[in-house]
Design a protein around this ligand. Structure first.
Ligand SMILES: Cc1cc2nc3c(=O)[nH]c(=O)nc-3n(C[C@H](O)[C@H](O)[C@H](O)COP(=O)(O)OP(=O)(O)OC[C@H]3O[C@@H](n4cnc5c(N)ncnc54)[C@H](O)[C@@H]3O)c2cc1C
Length: 684
């Protein structure tokens, strides 16, 4: 099996290109490249001189004008981004990089959305416990490569501000086996030195291990599904016709994907069937992996992300990444990209916390619904010259839009506008109603003494019953102990632990605790539900699964948590909903039967000047997958040439991929037309 180096920037696509192999017909290709190189050269220089580049496209007055008038009720920006989740911050920081004056407004007092961090202090130490509220399992971040979020950090120039710890796996506890059975726990080890296959053998037998090896070879071989899933870098995507230019070099790669496209976009079970993966353990394993990625089993998870993840886990030297300082370091790197001084020594953008958007400013623009800005809950109107990007989930966005049209003063000509604007809003509502969602979470955040715990304790653990359906309520509990990597996240002698039931909580059990008795999508200030006995009882009952899972890893965890100096914070689906402003506390969209992530909306909405980014847009949840859409939004308001320049200056993607793509096309044509007459060198 060829060694795939897909996370290495210099080996993008796992293909190298020896120029000496070009012959005959490739001369045309070289001429094209010369033209392209010239264009890139001009673009790079245009980009490196932002003041001159921008001077030609926008009036000089705008580059020096102070848009934001502090403490005023009306402000003017180029782009307004609603929400500072990773999606919103990615889009906002890219806009700022392009020289657009960008304001990101966030309702919470911490940036990061579901990936925000928070602190708690105990009575015995001044040093706080620092908790990640959501994600902690990342890959493809510590080096340049195909990870879309890493590409954003490279583009905005802040990837070096994060120190990554790399590690090689996590523990899985199968509660179907008695605790003293050696098969009750096993470890996924990344890389391809055979350690993982050995673990399968010990857990499920030699036949399972051999079947897995065969399947992995078929998936990860040259031109296999895994490689195909990485061929188009998200950084090249745009949501407009400019995509014809930025994607041009990848059209050839599209051809290379060929019939595999259908498999990649279908359920992962189809790939398992095609490559004859029938063993019970192996199928359960991929159900688990799919669920960890999408909140759905393999039958409902698209093959592309699972195929992509196989590379991240099983390529030679594969590692997982954790940012020192916790997830907040990643969030701060994005914020830094947004707020750093760029053109004319003026900060490109601003992040404003505790700023809840109450409604969009909508109008009828020549028969089309148009968004011209937003209004905050304190009444401040923020006008956007280029447009608004909404990072709030689609369900919340639909409610915000509905709230926007009931305000009569927005409509200049009521009779005419109401129809156009409200029918566009209704369209978004229809889209939101049609989108199914995965479940919610119970969380427990602990700060406990670390004395006597094994020194080789892993950071990440999954506890589940492999005999049961992976999607069963409270079956899978995910645990992370990031102080294993970064002891500064807790007072000396303590660990911080985050455990959560993975997207399997039924929100219906919590609905009736809300004032309205249901979630209407408008998440304003907290209600009184926390004080009710009923709430407390349900909370205790639901936390039990988390404690039991934690006891598999640290048997005396409850006793440690009760010691003086420890911290225990429990979050319910209502907590998840309130702090993260997630409708019904959901993990995200869950395409129903017969549908897949391709049915999710893209960045465009039926309203001119309003784009959507975040995990309710294609292709759904997960940090490394969906930020392609956030990137689209970031590129949207800038001319193609600046986008191309970014591609070339950051990744040299365009040039290299023209070379690899063209070579591969030439290679395939030769094979197809005449296998015997094809120049032998090109077949090598
Ligand atoms: C518990 C958990 C664990 C996860 N683990 C992993 C993992 O290990 N690896 C991985 O890759 N992915 C993981 N994910 C998925 C990933 O973290 C998310 O898909 C991603 O972070 C979502 O980002 P987002 O920007 O789309 O949305 P969000 O994070 O939801 O951000 C939206 C933001 O908009 C703000 N907002 C909403 N409405 C308004 C308003 N009216 N005014 C102002 N602001 C508003 C919200 O406050 C929020 O900050 C996990 C998710 C969760 C919940």
């Amino acid at each position: 099996m060829p060694a795939l180096k897909l996370s290495q920037g210099e080996n993008y696509g796992g293909l190298s290109f020896p120029v000496s192999q070009i012959e005959g017909g490739a001369v045309v290709m070289l001429i094209t490249l010369v033209i392209l190189a010239h264009r890139c050269y001009c673009s790079v220089h245009a980009f490196q001189s932002p003041t001159t580049a921008y001077a030609s496209r926008r009036p000089p007055a705008l580059t020096t004008q102070l848009y934001a008038i502090n403490n005023a009720k009306e402000e003017y920006w180029d782009v307004i981004v609603v929400g500072s989740g990773i999606g919103g911050l990615s889009a906002a920081s890219l806009c700022a990089k392009y020289g657009l004056r960008t304001l990101c407004v966030e309702a919470h007092d911490h940036p990061g959305g579901v990936a925000h961090s928070f602190e708690r202090r105990s009575s015995t130490s001044d040093r706080p416990f620092v908790f990640d509220s959501g994600p902690s399992l990342l890959s493809g971040m510590s080096s340049k490569g195909t990870n879309p979020l890493r590409q954003v950090l490279d583009a905005i120039g802040t990837s070096d501000s994060i120190n990554w710890v790399t590690y090689n796996g996590w523990m899985i506890y199968d509660t179907a086996c008695p605790i003293d059975d050696t098969r009750s726990k096993f470890r996924l080890t990344t890389g391809n030195d055979g350690t993982w296959e050995k673990a399968i053998e010990e857990k499920a037998g030699i036949d399972s291990a051999n079947e897995f090896i065969k399947f992995k070879q078929q998936m990860m071989c040259h031109n296999g599904l895994s490689e195909s899933s990485t061929l188009i870098p998200p950084m090249a995507l745009r949501g407009d016709f400019g995509a014809i230019v930025t994607m041009s070099s990848y059209l050839l790669k599209f051809l290379k994907i060929g019939t595999k496209g259908q498999l990649l976009t279908g359920a992962f079970t189809k790939s398992m069937d095609k490559y004859k993966l029938h063993d019970k353990f192996n199928r359960k394993w991929f159900d688990y992996l799919a669920f960890a990625l999408s909140g759905l089993d393999a039958a409902h998870t698209q093959a592309a992300p699972v195929a992509y993840t196989m590379i991240d886990l099983h390529k030679e030297g594969a590692v997982l990444d954790y940012p020192l300082g916790g997830l907040d370091s990643l969030i701060q790197a994005l914020v830094q990209g947004l707020t750093m001084k760029r053109h004319d020594d003026v900060a490109g953008g601003e992040l404003r916390l505790k700023s809840r958007v109450e409604r969009f400013l909508l109008t009828d623009d020549d028969g089309k619904a148009k968004c011209t800005g937003v209004q905050l809950s304190d009444g401040t109107k923020l006008h956007a010259r280029s447009g608004v990007i909404c990072n709030a989930p689609l369900w919340n966005m639909a409610k915000l839009l509905e709230d926007s049209i009931v305000m009569e003063d927005l409509l200049v000509d009521e009779n005419k506008s109401e129809d156009v604007v409200s029918s566009a809003v209704k369209e978004v509502r229809k889209q939101a109603n049609a989108m199914e969602m995965s479940g919610s979470f119970m969380h427990i955040h602990l700060g406990i003494p670390s004395d006597g715990l094994p020194l080789d304790l892993d950071c990440h653990h999954s506890v589940l019953n492999l005999d049961d359906d992976i999607t069963d309520e409270q079956n899978l509990v995910i645990v992370s102990i990031p102080t294993i990597f970064d002891p500064t996240l807790a007072p000396e002698g303590y660990h911080v632990i985050h455990a959560y039931t993975a997207a399997s909580e039924n929100f219906a059990e919590w609905d009736n605790k809300l004032d309205l008795g249901y979630d209407d999508g408008k998440i304003a200030e907290p209600t009184d539900y926390k004080r009710t006995q009923q709430y407390k009882e349900l909370k205790n009952q639901k936390t039990e699964a988390l404690w039991k899972a934690l006891e598999r890893i640290i048997p005396d965890v409850r006793e440690r948590a009760s010691r003086k100096g420890s911290v225990v914070e429990i979050g319910t689906p209502l907590t998840h909903r309130r702090f993260n402003r997630r409708y019904r506390g959901t993990y995200g969209p869950a395409p129903s039967d017969g549908k897949d992530v391709w049915d999710l909306p893209g960045p465009k909405t039926p309203i001119v000047g309003l784009l959507a980014c975040g995990d309710t847009t294609f292709p759904g949840e997960l940090i490394y997958l969906y930020f392609s859409i956030a990137q689209c939004c970031g590129h949207h308001f800038t001319p193609c040439v600046f986008h191309i320049t970014l591609l070339t200056s950051c990744y040299k993607i365009l040039t290299r991929d023209w070379l690899t793509g063209s070579r591969s096309l030439w290679h395939n044509c030769c094979k197809y037309i005449s296998r015997s007459q094809c120049p032998t060198k090109l077949n090598g």
